[in-house]
Design a protein around this ligand. Sequence first.
Ligand SMILES: [Zn+2]
Length: 118
Amino acid sequence: MDLGISLDFGSVYGLWSVSEENKKSRWAWPLGLATGVAGAALVLFRGCWHGKMSWPVRAQGYAYQVCLGCGIKRLFDEKNFQAYGPYRYDLNRLIAWDHAQREKAEPAFPPSEERPAS
Ligand SMILES: [Zn+2]
């Protein structure tokens, strides 16, 4: 009996090239990989390197830039006047990321983010 991995691969290959339905199983692997490198995949699919970022926008006490090409967001440090952190489409996820960074960086200081700007 020779039901090894090579036979499985062979049958998958044979099926997806003829059958529409089996395209799904063919895509299961690339999609799983894509979620791991979503940022890179996004660049590949949209052809956007976020080279043109908008002027910083303020919202919820944060400054962030928006990519004029694809609309992705990135936090902006107004003191250093430069963008930092990851690219995300969801501002709330950026804020959550920033909170996590602050907790890591300043464990000794009490949280002061909620202080109202008077
Ligand atoms: Zn972009």
